[in-house]
Design a protein. Structure first.
Length: 220
């Protein structure tokens, strides 16, 4: 009778082990559930009229200037077009600003700090890496000319412009670290769900083993 009980225990334990393995196999691993983090901008390059060599501003070397430049264009990445294009003779000099992560270009924008009526900005439909975007024209921030000048673009100084703007970047203060937050929250959420699921599976195993032990004790 004891031998039969042991045989039943081994068989039941095997069934529980197989069930647990299948459940754990269906549970998403942390590596699979974690979304791939978006590349973080850390470099801005500027080309255009009067710029002999490409101006490169990195976050590591000029954190404050990098943040200022990025804030001039970052708000346009998902914004809707605000206005239509001006005639070429009213746009003035064009400066192309490219946002990069390392050596990989992420976005590109065209800035017109001397446009009639105030700075204008353009988001081209053709973006780096073969990406496509909805073409858009925007009212640039009033800080645009001075930010470009401080970066090395040959423009007249406008020290009276200290902040704000009339475009989509009104009152925006760039928080470079904020971009990583959604990815971190997503990873932590998936890990919590994974731990809960694994805990439930272990609980089922312990309950099953306890039940089998109880039955064996009764039969013995």
């Amino acid at each position: 009778m004891v031998r039969g009980a042991i045989t039943r225990l081994v068989s039941a334990t095997g069934v529980i082990a197989v069930t647990a393995a299948l459940a754990l196999g269906l549970a998403p691993s942390a590596a699979q559930a974690a979304p791939k983090p978006a590349p973080k901008p850390n470099t801005v390059q500027i080309t255009g009229k009067g710029v002999a060599d490409t101006i490169t501003i990195t976050q590591a070397e000029s954190k404050r200037l990098f943040s200022s430049l990025l804030s001039e264009v970052s708000w346009m990445s998902a914004a809707r077009s605000q206005t239509s294009a001006l005639a070429a003779d009213k746009l003035g000099a064009k400066y192309t600003v490219t946002v990069l992560s390392g050596k990989s270009a992420l976005q590109t924008y065209e800035l017109f700090p001397s446009a009639v009526g105030g700075p204008r900005a353009h988001r081209p439909a053709k973006q780096p890496g073969g990406k496509k975007a909805a073409e858009g024209w925007f009212y640039g921030r009033l800080t645009m000319p001075e930010t470009l000048r401080v970066s090395g673009v040959p423009l007249k100084a406008k020290p009276d412009v200290v902040g704000g703007g009339i475009g989509g970047g009104v009152g925006e203060d760039l928080d470079v670290e904020a971009e990583a937050a959604p990815g971190v929250d997503g990873v932590l959420g998936e890990m919590r769900r994974l731990f809960l699921l694994n805990g439930a599976v272990l609980g089922i195993i312990f309950v099953g083993l306890a039940g089998i032990a109880f039955l064996i004790r009764r039969r013995v």
